[in-house]
Write a protein that binds this ligand. Structure first.
Ligand SMILES: C[S@@+](CC[C@H](N)C(=O)[O-])C[C@H]1O[C@@H](n2cnc3c(N)ncnc32)[C@H](O)[C@@H]1O
Length: 223
């Protein structure tokens, strides 16, 4: 991207922030350093991919640089002021102007084909109910092994722990950068592995006998 184009994007973004500070929630687009971390675990084969809150398309460009096909991208942006520029820049991507909290009801894919969701949404300025709707909506389309990538300017994952637990998810910080305005961290949110309680896993004969005792006791007492 040329310096002139970057400057035009900054002004576009800054004006959006002035007119809607809560929705845009940053005075400038994310930097390339943050975009690289956000997309570092994503490859072409992860498509189709959903991006939430693309703004001027910093993460979208980083996804393309990682080899993701533009036709594999669905960009969900609520701000009408970003839509025309996204459509002009990424003509083969699907650009939808909608609230990311409506994802589940919108039926944008059949089943769970999506390998990754990249989110630039300002979760810190949203209610817990809205965050839960967005995250649950994203996982309605994410295939097994897929993940949501979310950045934050805060000190911890912006999806509150009770929401993660209720949805059977876990969050891991995968990196951070001070070369961003403001500095930011990136979290990978994925489905928690089901607990493997098989005997083979523990391979401990004495405890097997104890488990048999507990099972027998439970049967006897009707528990
Ligand atoms: C912090 S900006 C991030 C923009 C871009 N991803 C970046 O990193 O430069 C937040 C973006 O999310 C969009 N947004 C906010 N709330 C949204 C919602 N409920 N649904 C979809 N997009 C939303 C805003 O319009 C804005 O484009």
């Amino acid at each position: 991207m040329t310096a002139k184009a970057a400057c035009a994007d900054f002004l576009h973004f800054f004006r959006s922030w002035i007119s809607n500070p809560l929705r845009v929630a940053a005075i400038a687009p994310s930097g390339d350093s943050l975009a690289r971390i956000m997309t570092s675990e994503i490859a072409a084969l992860d498509g189709p991919i959903i991006e939430l809150g693309p703004g001027t398309g910093v993460f979208t460009r980083a996804l393309l640089a990682r080899g993701v096909s533009e036709a594999d991208l669905t960009l969900i942006e609520y701000g009408p002021e970003f839509i025309a520029a996204l459509q002009a820049r990424f003509p083969s991507a699907r650009v939808l102007q909608m609230d990311a909290a409506q994802l589940a009801e919108a039926g944008i894919f059949e089943g769970e084909p999506v390998g990754a969701v990249v989110s630039g949404l300002p979760l810190l300025s949203m209610s817990p109910a809205k965050i839960a709707a967005i995250v649950a909506g994203a996982f309605a389309y994410i295939r097994p092994g897929g993940a949501v990538y979310q950045f934050t300017y805060g000190p911890r994952c912006p999806v509150p722990r009770p929401i993660l637990e209720r949805l059977g998810l876990e969050a891991v910080r995968i990196g951070g950068t001070v070369r961003n305005l403001p500095p930011a961290s990136v979290y990978r949110i994925s489905r928690r592995e089901p607990l493997d309680l098989s005997r083979e896993r523990f391979n401990y004969r004495e405890s097997d006998a104890e488990l048999d005792d507990v099972a027998a006791l439970s049967r006897e007492t009707g528990g």
